[in-house]
Design a protein around this ligand. Structure first.
Ligand SMILES: [Zn+2]
Length: 280
């Protein structure tokens, strides 16, 4: 279980490693992924890579790594709902924000777990701190989905998406190759009905095929996220958000054809960024 979680998260740990290596650590990150996918572990590994003086290898026993692991490091704090409560209230977020001034000269990482549970007042308080980042203060929000967060919070964070990566079967690989050709050629002559009937022949119906197409596009973009230039990161994360929103609309009344058409159009606009991830 742990192994699976960590292998699905490689793109994010690589992204963090590169950010530290190149001294391009951001003030705010948002990690989105299903419960149990290892979000908090990634945050703590990232914290170790900032504090450890010995390379932050897995299982490192230096004082820094051990105190981060034991939850008593002065520069790393995990926040969530107060005991007996289900929401993250404004007092908790006020404490986070006050730390941003208190530790101005030191690196401080505030990890807010399940940030979608913030009350409105708490979210607004956090927004102010995100707008005026101080010193080496780093906020990491973890959420199951970005849908329940204020869009203004989402847009102020560097977003990283986690998810289950599935092994692909030969028919899935064929469908992937077909989708790749379609994206590279642009939408143009593509007929969504034809694509939906030909791709993923094992799928039960067109809705399921559309789901598979969205997942594939999402996976391509995840493969690329650790290696794109910072300037392209926004375009790629915007593309991922578009895919996630299309996936939500599939659960509603929107036709599968329309969703596929939109997804391919969006993919074409970031085609250059996706290209190298398509060949697998
Ligand atoms: Zn260490």
């Amino acid at each position: 279980m742990m192994d699976q979680a960590s292998s699905n998260n490689e793109h994010v740990s690589e992204y963090f490693n590169k950010a530290v290596e190149k001294g391009r650590v951001s003030h705010a990150y948002l990690l989105a992924g299903p419960a149990g996918c290892g979000k908090t572990g990634l945050c703590l590994d990232f914290a170790r890579s900032l504090f450890c003086g010995e390379g932050a290898q897995p299982g490192c026993q230096c004082a820094q790594c051990r105190s981060i692991e034991h939850g008593n490091h002065a520069g790393v704090t995990l926040y969530g709902p107060q005991e007996g409560k289900s929401i993250i209230d404004i007092d908790t977020i006020r404490e986070v924000c006050s730390r941003s001034h208190y530790r101005r000269d030191h690196t401080f990482i505030a990890i807010i777990e399940g940030a979608e549970r913030m009350s409105n007042a708490a979210a607004n308080a956090l927004l102010k701190t995100l707008e005026e980042p101080a010193g080496d203060f780093i906020i990491i929000l973890t959420v199951a989905s970005t849908g329940n967060l204020l869009p203004t919070i989402v847009s102020r964070c560097h977003r990283l998406y986690l998810g289950a990566r599935q092994e692909s079967s030969p028919t899935q690989q064929e469908a992937g190759a077909a989708l790749q050709r379609l994206v590279q050629a642009g939408w143009g002559t593509g007929d969504p009905r034809k694509i939906l009937s030909e791709m993923f022949p094992d799928a039960e119906n067109s809705r399921e095929r559309a789901q598979a197409i969205l997942s594939l596009l999402l996976e391509w973009s995840r493969c690329r996220i650790e290696s794109v230039a910072p300037a392209d990161l926004d375009a790629l994360t915007a593309f991922q958000e578009e895919l996630l929103s299309l996936r939500r609309s599939l659960d509603g009344n929107v036709s599968a054809e329309l969703v596929v058409e939109q997804a391919v159009k969006q993919a074409h606009s970031v085609g250059g960024l996706l290209t190298s991830a398509m060949v697998r």
